[in-house]
Every structure is written in C-alpha cells, then in structure tokens.
Design a protein around this ligand. Structure first.
Ligand code: NAI
Length: 383
C-alpha cells in the first residue's frame, strides 16, 4: 500500500466538527479510487486552544519543527489568542514556514444562488503572494515618534512631500518574491493544462512595485518557460501554449464579472489577491465552499478559507465543505487526482439533492437543512 503522511491541526471553534466530517470523506475517496492501495497516514500536531489546554502553548516549537520538514499538511481554522504574544497563529505559521503562495480555486456548484447570470462560467485559480506588499503590516500611526523620524527623512533627504500629519505604511515588493509566486502559477497552468495566466497589478499608478510585478512576471515566463508559454500579443488563434497576459487590478474586477470565461489562472500581489479572491468567492455563492492552500517550496498546507465561526461551534451547524474541498486539493496535489474528482462529483450531487448545511440552505430554493455530520456523511455516500 502506498501511504503518504499528512500532518494535521484540528483547529478551534468549528474545527473539530468539520474535521470529523471531512476526514472520513478523504479516506473513503482514496479507498474507492485506488481499491485500498493508496492511503493517508494522519498525524495530529498540537496547536491552538486544544494545545494551550494540554501543554500551555498555542503553537509549540515541536509543531513548527515538524511542519518545517513536512511536505503535506492540513489545518482547520485557528482562533487568534487574546494573550500569548501572537498577532495571529495563522500569520505566524505563514511567516515562519515561508508559505509565500496562497492558492484559492474558485468554481461554481450548480444550484447555489449567485449574483451572476452565468456563474457556471467561473473557473479560476487565484495565486496570491502572501509575504510582501502593504499587507506585510509595516506601518506607523500618525503622530508616533517613529513616523515623525521617517517623515523628516523623506522630506529632508528624499525631497518628497509627505504631510507631517500622515500615518505611513510601507509596500516592499521584491523580484524574488514576485517571481517565485508567478513560477508556481505558470507551473500549475502547465500541469493542469489551463489556457492562461493573468498577471494582475496596479502598475499604472505604482510603477516600481505593482508595475515591477508585471515586468518580473513576464520576464520569468520568458526565461523559464519560453517553450511552453506565449504572450497574449503573439498568441495564435488556436494557441496550445499557456498564454501570459496582464490586467490592471480595477479593470480585472470588471473582467471577472463580465467575461469570467476568459480567465483561468490569476497571479497577483498580496492586497489585490486578498480583495480578488473574496470577490470571486462571492460570485459563486460565498465562502462556504471555498478551499485553499498556502505553499512554500517544500510544504503545501491546506486549509479552508473560513475562520472558527465561534457562534455556531459545537452545534453541528457548520459546513464542512470548505475543508473537504481543501482535502480534495491535497489529494490532487499528492497525485491522487481520481480521488479528488470523486469528491467534486459527490459534492455536486449532494448540493443538487438540496440536503445541505444551514449556510447553503439559505441560498438554495426548497433546500432541506442537515447538520455538519450528516452533510459529510451524504458526501461520503455519494463518492
Ligand atoms: P469566520 O469565518 O469564523 O465567520 C464569518 C461568518 O461565517 C460567521 O457568520 C460564521 O458563522 C460563518 N461561517 C464561517 N465558517 C463557516 C462554516 N464552515 N459553516 C457555516 N458558517 C460558517 O470569521 P470571523 O468571525 O471573522 O473569525 C472568527 C475567528 O476565526 C477569529 O479568531 C479569526 O482570527 C479566526 N480566523 C481564522 C482563520 C484561519 O484559521 N485561517 C481565517 C479567518 C478567521
């Protein structure tokens, strides 16, 4: 039997219940797809509130050390502890493990209410840079002594006119940071036989940061993928190579609404990616079925995009779909595409059958509400 180790963190709030619903689905999909010849060896790692109760630490060093050597891991949502010295456990994990690419596929499941006329045309995968940009949190409050120092330097040495009353944030963007993200997006498009990669940026205004993302993105495609990619201007009518193009971020928000069928893989900077991935999730009916992964060059760490949903935790009301679909991404990534396909088909069938958790029931006419556990069981039965 071929077994791969997957480290997992159950997570807080609804974490344990969505795990209990999701894990059997993943195991069963593998068993069904490969007649029991492939499987996952699950190894739990302590983190979050459960870990704090057991050993007084929210994020033990042993968990970080194990993940630093791992290649596959999965987690439920983690609450941000009020004490313990962490800005957020999630942000800490992303930083210490250098999980620089946040990848979120967005597709439509038939039957869910959507604000679009043709949500079925949406099938995109967003690659968002995860470590740089204004989002890195390097900023100073207006009036703080640090900001005054910085503003004096900018006004006197750099001769730029920044108001003395300003709050200031920095937007660091590096060539390496942009190119490793674009590399992942292009490689994904090639592996998955996707038609194109769109570089999304605000380079018309922020030329040396956002504009550089565009320039470095094209350069990377030309230098490392010359034989398998082609720019939009040079592409033939029935192009078989992956087409690389770029769009300015504000125009892209119109494009994904009006011409979603023209876009497939999106690579973008941190803040653009944050906005765009939530907007896209809304186009297909919300975050309830939105999976994701954060990746370094070594580790693929899969997680649902939602948080701990404290108000419904422990009530068997949570939708395990996002974690189940994150698991399907893991299976695909690990080379078990057939098992992933079974899960997608099963989720489609269950949603079409209109027996869904409360969050989806409110978006599907004539739906019957079921609990978290039953929803997971239904998906398992339809594999
Ligand atoms: P949230 O995603 O937990 O909840 C937002 C809304 O969506 C709530 O109404 C909630 O009930 C609902 N919801 C979320 N997941 C659901 C599911 N699977 N099924 C049904 N309904 C669901 O976001 P919020 O309230 O901002 O954050 C709560 C906690 O989660 C915070 O401590 C936050 O730091 C943490 N968080 C953790 C994340 C992670 O681990 N990656 C991501 C986002 C938030």
């Amino acid at each position: 039997m071929v077994q791969k180790t997957v480290y997992f963190i159950e997570g807080d709030g609804i974490g344990p219940e969505v795990w209990n619903a999701a894990r059997p689905v993943l195991d069963k999909a593998l068993e069904k797809a490969y007649s029991g010849e492939h499987g996952i060896e699950w190894k739990e790692l302590p983190a979050g509130e459960k870990s704090f109760k057991d050993n007084g630490e929210y994020l033990p060093q042993s968990t970080i050390d194990t993940l630093a050597k791992a290649s596959l891991a999965m987690k439920g949502p983690l609450a941000t502890p009020v004490s313990g010295g962490f800005r957020s456990l999630n942000v800490t994990l992303r930083q210490v493990l250098d999980l620089y690419a946040c990848i979120r596929p967005v597709r439509y499941f038939q039957g869910i209410e959507s604000p679009l006329k043709r949500p079925d045309l949406v099938d995109m995968v967003v690659f968002r840079e995860n470590t740089e940009d204004v989002y890195a949190g390097i900023e100073w409050a207006a009036g703080a002594s640090e900001v005054q120092k910085l503003i004096s330097f900018l006004r006197e040495e750099m001769k730029v006119n920044v108001s003395e009353n300003a709050a200031v944030g920095l937007k660091p963007v590096t060539k390496n940071g942009c190119q490793r993200l674009v590399r992942k997006a292009v490689q994904f498009a090639i592996d998955q036989k996707r038609p194109g990669v769109t570089l999304v940026h605000k380079g018309n205004i922020m030329k040396f940061t956002e504009g550089a993302f565009r320039t470095w993105g094209y350069e990377l495609a030309e230098s490392e993928f010359a034989d398998v990619t082609i720019s939009e201007e040079k592409a033939a009518d029935n192009e078989t190579r992956v087409i690389i193009n770029d769009r300015i971020a504000d125009a892209m928000f119109q494009e994904v609404l009006m011409r979603p069928e023209q876009y497939s893989v999106i690579a973008t900077t941190n803040l653009n990616g944050d906005y765009l991935s939530d907007a896209l999730a809304a186009q297909v009916g919300g975050l309830g079925l939105a999976p994701g992964v954060n990746m370094s060059d070594k580790l693929a760490f899969f997680e649902p995009t939602h948080g701990t949903a404290p108000t419904i935790a422990g009530k068997d009301m949570a939708n395990p779909g996002s974690l189940i679909l994150s698991g399907a991404m893991l299976l695909e990534h690990a080379g078990w595409g057939e098992a992933a396909r079974l899960i997608h088909n099963a989720v489609e069938k269950v949603i079409a059958g209109k027996k869904v958790t409360v969050d989806l029931a409110s978006q599907i006419q004539g739906a019957n509400q079921v609990g978290c556990r039953e929803f997971g069981e239904l998906i398992g039965m339809n594999l």
